[in-house]
Design a protein around this ligand. Structure first.
Ligand code: CA
Ligand code: CA
Length: 402
């Protein structure tokens, strides 16, 4: 072979490598966003503190863990989710098996991971059915629409997986003829305790709300439990808007837009009272006071009953969607007089905007009560731990402010 021919062959070989392969010397102009950032964007609600990228396709050997049917995938440098390379699967691929069992060598099961998945990119829009298979059973199956030319997270919820089952296969079944790029096969632990007031020793009715996989699980021990799907698992799933020891608020794009739950079991679905668990202990009292809220008189100058909050259907200051009276303070203190319009006013809830920062002190007819929370927007949420049968003076003040 002449020297010029060798150069030419070498040049063609290099061009092919740059086009289809992944070499360490290959440079991309744009700096890829770190995978941790991408995972956070995928789920801004949760801090994805623990994740493990099992396959990044930066090495040819990563290909061995993915079986494409009918054609095997190729490590490819044209499009990558992170790093320089991804795995390319030609149009017409019917099934892609990612062998987590081999990747998790040394670990016999999927352990505490709550999500498994990868990022995919396609030239044309398509739907990919994804599920986790182990021991002849599948878990977390879902159909994910993949828009054209956009990296999309394709994850399954592992929380229901039998933890004794051996690690299995993550299976993707594309519906459509688009060619697919796959990158960053990742395990994630997105378990997050949103609130746990069951052990705070305050004597209040505690509850625990945990976000795990694509679900939100609530447990008020001995009283009620609830489970909500998040938008990743149901098209109109619930998004967490507020969770604390006194209240949880979820929103959805579905027909029912808001769900507000209190640890005592009160629940308001778009402003309709439909409690969790058994509410025998309150009888009809809460339903009655929801339909016929108490009269609230603000005694401080400048303070007022706020009649224009979102969810207050009839602008009377009692927000049906939140089951709470809406107040605005003009200074460090707010005094209100509540007069029941029903036989009893059970555990009324007040939400007060405009109070300065600091520790809040609440008294009912001079008696100190301790059920309040400072919300993210600075307002103060107070549950009056009483059954009021007559006009009652409630005083809310921020201590240490003159
Ligand atoms: Ca990569
Ligand atoms: Ca109202």
């Amino acid at each position: 072979m002449k020297r010029s021919q060798r150069w030419r062959w070498g040049g063609i070989l290099l061009a092919l490598m740059a086009m289809a392969g992944c070499s360490a010397s290959h440079k991309k102009t744009a700096t890829p966003e770190p995978i941790g950032m991408q995972l956070r964007r995928l789920d801004p609600q949760s801090r994805w503190t623990r994740y493990d990228v099992l396959l990044s396709f930066e090495s040819e050997s990563d290909r061995a863990f993915v079986v494409g049917d009918p054609a095997a995938g190729q490590v490819d440098a044209r499009i990558a989710h992170a790093g320089q390379c991804g795995l390319f699967l030609p149009g017409g691929t019917r099934q892609i098996d990612i062998k987590l069992s081999s990747l998790l060598r040394g670990r016999k099961d999927i352990g505490e991971w709550t999500l498994a998945g990868a990022f995919v990119f396609a030239d044309q829009p398509l739907i990919i059915h994804v599920a986790y298979w182990s021991g002849g059973k599948s878990w977390g199956g879902r159909a994910v629409p993949i828009p054209a030319r956009q990296w999309t997270a394709l994850f399954v919820d592992l929380t229901g997986v039998d933890r004794d089952a051996p690690a299995g296969v993550l299976q993707l079944r594309p519906e459509g003829s688009a060619a697919i790029h796959l990158d960053d096969v990742t395990l994630v632990d997105n378990r997050r305790v949103l609130v746990d007031s069951t052990t705070d020793g305050s004597g209040l009715e505690g509850w625990r709300i945990i976000r795990r996989g694509f679900a939100i699980d609530g447990d008020a021990p001995g009283r009620f439990r609830f489970a909500l799907e998040t938008p990743e698992s149901a098209p109109n799933g619930w998004v967490i808007q507020q969770v604390n020891a006194l209240r949880a608020l979820f929103v959805s794009e579905d027909k029912t837009k808001t769900l507000c739950i209190y640890p005592d079991g009160r629940a308001y679905w778009d402003g309709n009272y439909r409690p969790m668990g058994s509410m025998e202990r309150y009888g009809q009292a809460i339903a009655q006071q929801h339909d016929d809220p108490a009269e609230v008189q603000v005694l401080d100058e400048g303070g007022k009953l706020n009649r224009s909050t979102r969810g207050d259907a009839n602008h009377d200051g009692y927000n049906e969607c939140l089951g709470a009276y809406q107040l605005t303070a003009a200074g460090w203190r707010l005094q209100v007089r509540m007069t029941p319009r029903t036989a009893r006013l059970v555990l009324p809830v007040l939400e007060i905007a405009g109070l300065p920062d600091g520790k809040v002190q609440v008294t009912v007819e001079g008696r100190l009560v301790d059920q309040w929370e400072r919300l993210e927007d600075g307002s103060v949420l107070v549950v009056i731990p009483a059954r009021l049968q007559r006009s009652t003076l409630i005083d809310i003040r921020v201590k240490g402010v003159d």
